[in-house]
Design a protein around this ligand. Structure first.
Ligand SMILES: Cc1cc2nc3c(=O)[nH]c(=O)nc-3n(C[C@H](O)[C@H](O)[C@H](O)COP(=O)(O)O)c2cc1C
Length: 248
């Protein structure tokens, strides 16, 4: 049964969950991870199809994935700086630096959403004391995505594509359920679209059913007391979200 106090608890959890981008090295007990997943599995989905699968890595497996993904990130960064000839060579030799994710993670942002994206990025760099023009420091921070921000656990979220937008929507609901279930236990998470960039190393490590596509990753662990974890990019007001009724 739902208790009247539940609304307050949920409101607090929804408002206080933040993306965690620095973790302590403290391990997460397996029972706690099980409990989080056991709660998250109650997420609703289209016709209860639950069209997602999770690949979970910690310890040596996680370290191995981190090394492989970082090697790809570093190669891609080098390629980016190398100009047209090296990009062409990478294409011809099918370099591992080239993204092999199942979904494109690089897209043109609609004009209307660009200011929010920019404000979020600059806000993060500002908290970290990184100047806008300091591309080396920005690159180092970006690289942290593939270190899973130091988290002891990383999850990769896979989804079936046949239901199109609806299965991705289901995976999103599952993702928020998982993040809140973790947060309610004092654990931190960061959803990472960045981890959808290279699927090869993840597919090599896990027996992913062929129909499942890599959507994103999630870093999971205990938040450290690093200032980055206090960063709150805020939200638009409800009024901004509501679509007005047409006049006349
Ligand atoms: C699907 C998804 C993908 C995301 N990918 C990344 C990512 O690759 N790297 C990152 O640092 N944050 C990522 N985030 C975190 C968002 O930037 C963050 O949720 C947003 O700025 C709001 O901040 P908050 O989570 O602290 O409330 C992602 C969030 C979602 C939901």
């Amino acid at each position: 049964m739902v208790d009247t106090e539940d609304a307050g608890t949920l409101a607090r959890l929804l408002r206080s969950r933040r993306s965690i981008r620095d973790f302590s090295t403290r391990e997460v007990p397996a029972e706690l991870i099980d409990a989080v997943l056991d709660d998250a599995r109650w997420a609703p989905s289209w016709s209860n199809t639950q069209p997602y699968r999770i690949a979970l890595a910690s310890g040596d497996l996680k370290e191995g994935l981190k090394a492989q993904l970082l090697a790809r990130y570093d190669a891609a960064t080098k390629l980016q700086r190398g100009g047209m000839a090296s990009k062409l060579a990478a294409f011809v030799t099918r370099s591992k630096a080239l993204p092999d994710g199942d979904f494109d993670t690089r897209f043109e942002y609609p004009k209307e959403l660009t200011p929010r994206r920019r404000a979020t990025g600059f806000g993060l760099y500002s908290v970290l004391g990184i100047a806008r023009e300091d591309s080396a420091a920005r690159n180092r921070q970006m690289r942290r995505n593939w270190e899973f921000f130091g988290a002891p656990v990383v999850l990769f979220v896979f989804v079936r594509q046949e239901l199109g937008a609806y299965s991705v929507l289901d995976a999103g609901i599952f993702l928020q359920s998982l993040m809140l279930a973790a947060h309610a236990r004092g654990l931190g998470t960061c959803a990472e679209g960045a981890l959808g960039t290279w699927a090869g190393p993840v597919r090599e490590a896990f027996a992913v059913p062929p129909a499942y596509k890599l959507l994103c990753g999630v870093a999971l662990g205990w938040p450290s007391d690093h200032v980055v974890n206090a960063y709150n990019p805020g939200r638009a007001e409800v009024a901004e979200m509501l679509i007005p009724v047409k006049r006349g």
